[in-house]
Design a protein around this ligand. Structure first.
Ligand code: NDP
Length: 513
């Protein structure tokens, strides 16, 4: 028995040898003819399971199931109070199973299990609770300004949604899509990343245990180019919500265009983290480490371009590099680990390629810059800091999605804002200052969907989240989700005998024109 098998056995967790999709409330049967992908533990490279790939027929079945479920109304016409109760029970179950979910997610994504159990898994429960609260206070609108008429504006669920979740924070991100979609009565087909299917399937089981009718969420598995492409081009989908990379989003959008399916995209970033000379220095160092090295840098909101003002630059660089070199990189199952491995081998290679390119393009390596092979066969990269003189380097323009950061010095505030905006992305931005005027200038001038002042990564679920430019289309958020996942309907009722034009009468009076 391997260490991982022992770990699972000790916790009575059953991981099937072949993971299949989930349709109509049950696991899809194993098909010996179907394509299979191996799923590996990124901490050691050990294979932990196989994933059965869903082809176009399997995806079509899942979409039909979601459609039947939508049409029969068990969920789509359920009273708000029933939907709230299911979400709340599911949130409780997720909290109760936090350790198990964290272990499952750690084994596929390589994220530190202790961080998952204390932060990301509870976040999945919070997402459900938040939307349960929101649908309880949401109300329609009535207008009476048009004399003789009453106009009411109501919303109805959009139908069947296709949800695409990435591998970098599988449960935290898939739960946001699921909660935003199901809260309003839709059904869905969810495609998790082929690298991280396990915890998402467990969450779906917990939702059904909490009372979600079978067929409301259906899960299809497999690679993006087979299963994902089949789902995106399905003719029977009413909405597509996609979290992933900008280049994949272009394929999804092209597929959606055939059916004119509305899309919601949460995509990548290359966000600036501006440290002004009047910042609280220690907090700026702490926060800058958190916003680049959390999840080993595999976060869309990474502050991957540090811009530091010249008068404090030398001191900042020295402190930042010293702390980077002291980060505890290693086994994600070890509670002491701060930075785990890359989530899968080809991504590990991709991050190393970005590092090699940065060196070739003349970035100055301050620390890291290599694979950590001394940690075994896991996909580890040493936390890496480069100093750069130009924002035009690939390192400053392309999303690395790993523990790699550039530091560039600026003189004037305007220069920092212009460097921050010199990007095809616009997801988030950070700034550290004690000046109200500077923080206001930052808010006005930096083009990004979320801006953080003197804090790393705090998220308020009431606020919209999404990106400018190539970082996305649309926003997460309660009102925004209601707008995307429902169809709005205006009903105009004559409440007086408002005159109607008498067409066809020989003595047409023109009344009611
Ligand atoms: P990808 O774009 O590679 O994949 C996202 C999802 O789409 C996966 O389920 C993937 O499947 C699937 N997919 C891939 N190709 C296709 C296709 N042709 N048609 C349909 N579906 C497809 O993104 P990553 O998983 O690599 O995630 C990292 C990216 O996500 C980064 O750019 C990151 O910035 C962004 N991101 C954005 C967030 C935000 O909120 N703005 C949050 C988190 C991440 P498979 O993996 O099986 O190939």
């Amino acid at each position: 028995m391997t260490e991982i098998q022992q770990l699972l056995a000790d916790r009575e967790i059953i991981l099937p040898e072949v993971i299949t999709g989930h349709v109509g409330g049950t696991a899809v049967a194993i098909d010996p003819q179907a394509n299979r992908h191996a799923v590996y533990f990124p901490g050691t490279g050990e294979r932990i399971a196989f994933l059965q790939e869903d082809n176009i027929t399997a995806v079509t079945n899942a979409v039909h199931c979601a459609r039947n479920s939508f049409d029969n109304g068990d969920w789509s016409s359920a009273p708000t109070s029933s939907r709230q109760a299911v979400f709340r029970r599911a949130a409780t179950l997720i909290r109760e199973h936090a350790e198990e979910l964290a272990l499952m997610e750690c084994l596929c994504a390589g994220l530190p299990a202790s961080h998952l159990a204390s932060r990301q898994i509870p976040r999945a429960a919070d997402n459900l609770d938040f939307f349960a609260d929101y649908i309880g206070v949401m109300a329609g609108e009535t207008f009476e300004q048009l004399a003789g008429y009453q106009t009411s504006v109501t919303r109805q669920p959009a139908g069947v949604a296709a949800l695409f979740a990435p591998w970098n924070a599988p449960l935290a991100l898939a739960s946001m899509q699921i909660a935003s979609c199901l809260a309003f009565g839709n059904t869905c087909v969810l495609k998790p990343s082929e690298f991280t299917p396990v915890s998402v399937l467990k969450m779906v089981n917990l939702l059904e245990q909490a009372g979600l009718p079978p067929g409301t969420i259906n899960v299809v598995n497999g690679s993006g180019t087979v299963t994902g492409a089949a789902l995106a081009s399905s003719p029977d989908i009413n909405r597509i919500a996609f979290t992933g990379g900008s280049s994949t989003a272009r394929h999804v959008m092209a597929a959606a265009a055939n059916q004119l399916t509305p899309v919601h995209f949460e995509l990548g970033g290359k966000s600036a983290n501006i440290i002004f000379d009047d910042a609280d220095f220690d907090r700026a160092v702490d926060g800058s480490l958190v916003n680049i090295f959390s999840n080993s840098g595999q976060i869309c909101i990474a502050g991957s371009r540090i811009l530091v003002q010249r008068s404090i630059a030398a001191r900042f660089v020295a402190a930042f590099v010293e702390r980077t070199q002291a980060l505890k990189v290693g086994d994600p199952l070890d509670p002491a680990t701060e930075v785990g491995p890359m989530a899968f081998k080809t991504h590990w290679q991709r991050v190393l390629d970005h590092i090699a390119k940065a060196k070739l393009e003349g970035a100055t390596l301050l620390c890291g810059g290599e694979p950590l092979t001394k940690l075994g066969d896991g996909y580890f990269v040493a936390p890496t800091v480069f100093q750069v003189n130009s924002n035009r380097l690939s390192l400053c323009q392309e999303e690395v999605f790993g523990p790699v950061v550039s530091i560039q010095i600026f003189d004037e505030d305007e220069e920092a804002f212009s460097l921050a905006n010199d990007s095809r992305f616009g997801l988030v931005g950070y700034c550290w200052t004690n000046s109200l005027a500077r923080s206001q200038a930052f808010r006005q001038k930096v083009d990004a969907g979320t801006l953080w002042v003197n804090t790393p990564l705090a998220r308020d679920l009431r606020a919209p989240f999404g990106g400018f430019k190539e970082s996305g289309i649309g926003r997460d958020g309660p009102r925004q989700a209601a707008e995307f996942f429902t169809e709005e309907k205006a009903t105009i009722t004559a409440i007086d005998k408002v005159p109607i034009r008498k067409m066809g009468e020989t003595t047409n009076t023109d009344a009611g024109k």
